[in-house]
Design a protein around this ligand. Structure first.
Ligand SMILES: *Cc1c(COP(=O)(O)O)cnc(C)c1O
Length: 346
């Protein structure tokens, strides 16, 4: 990594070392996702949140259907409520459950997250049966990408920020785009709709083809992302990553089902996320006190999603997490439950 720093940091993103790096990221992701002919990887600054706004300017023609089952999918639903579009068709499902897209006349973009990071519910990446033939499927892969296998031909746009499974930093978005999505981007860019330069997908498309971004990206984000892509590919690619996150998450779900004090928050086992595990605790246990004891002992970031307000822990089982570390985490939680917390409830 220090060598990478010496090669890249301080270099203009228009110069060969950085453009080569962006090129490696684009081809590495194409290989990792087994992109069909004609699909491309595009990227730009600003992260998934910026992509939501870019999509409302440059991908949604008239109306999106936004499937909402947690915090991140709710945020997209707000971005899709732009004044130049028709009000989105918002399909809401209760937190902890999975919502589904439903073919609806006049909807030209169907959007949902592959993994709702706030609740630990994961969805399937599949086309919407009965949808208008030119409607696009747009999936937020931010916490799933690189950790959950999927069929990339089933989405027209699969976008993500790289700070979760890709173990990088924030500030960047990447997306695989289908020929139909590229056509949509070009068509909308050719209308008289106002599109801010920073959020222009047409400009992201032309810059990405030159292995560039519109404006200066964080080079550390690119370096870390590329090394994670290479690491996953060298271990066997997405199938390997998927098996590893399933192994790690199953350790937690199996324990939570067998321990009388805990229950997986997501009731339907087929909707439980392999990368973000949420576990409810019974009322006799204060999960926040448990998290505080763990934190004081160097085991951090298992607190629940702040806005969910549940008596639970949320554990990231991203691909870079060693399954053995998850075993140690479970042993640590059980020790605290049996000793430190048991005393206060005796
Ligand atoms: C983290 C996250 C986001 C937000 O990513 P930013 O890079 O902060 O914009 C969006 N969607 C999902 C599913 C996420 O997990």
């Amino acid at each position: 990594m220090a060598a990478a720093g010496a090669t890249f940091l301080g270099t203009s993103h228009r110069q060969a070392p950085v453009r080569d790096l962006v090129g490696r990221i684009r081809s590495g992701l194409s290989e990792l996702f087994a992109l069909p002919e004609g699909y491309e990887i595009i990227l730009g600054d600003g992260g998934a949140s910026a992509f939501w706004d870019a999509a409302s300017f440059g991908l949604i023609d008239k109306r999106a259907q936004a499937v909402r089952f947690g915090e991140f999918s709710s945020k997209f639903a707000s971005s899709a409520s732009a004044p130049w579009l028709e009000a989105p068709d918002v399909r809401s499902a209760a937190v902890g459950t999975l919502g589904f897209a439903e073919a609806t006349a006049g909807v030209d973009v169907y959007a949902w997250p592959h993994n709702e990071t706030s609740t630990g519910v994961s969805s399937a990446v599949v086309r919407v049966a009965g949808a208008d033939p030119d409607a696009l499927v747009m999936v937020d892969g931010t916490s799933a990408a690189g950790g959950i296998a999927f069929d990339s031909s089933q989405a027209d746009v699969y976008y993500f920020s790289p700070q979760k499974n890709f173990a990088s930093e924030g500030g960047l978005w990447l997306a695989s785009v289908s020929p139909a999505a590229i056509e949509r981007i070009e068509r909308i860019a050719g209308t008289n709709r106002y599109i801010p330069a920073f959020l222009s997908l047409k400009s992201a498309l032309s810059n990405s083809r030159l292995n560039q971004t519109l404006n200066t990206p964080s080079l550390t984000t690119l370096i870390l992302l590329n090394s994670q892509i290479e690491w996953i590919l060298s271990n066997g690619g997405l199938a390997w990553a998927d098996a590893r996150t399933r192994e790690s998450s199953a350790l937690l779900y199996d324990w939570a089902e067998s321990d009388p004090r805990t229950t997986p928050f997501v009731a339907d086992p087929t909707h439980r996320s392999p990368v973000v595990v949420t576990i409810d605790f019974d009322d006799s246990i204060d999960a926040l006190s448990l998290a505080a004891i763990l934190r004081a002992n160097g085991i951090v970031d298992v607190e629940p999603y702040r806005k969910l307000g549940r008596n639970q822990l949320r554990v990231g089982t991203f691909v870079s997490v060693e399954p053995e570390d998850v075993r140690q985490l479970i042993a640590s939680i059980r020790w605290v439950l049996d000793n430190a917390l048991a005393a206060s409830h005796a």
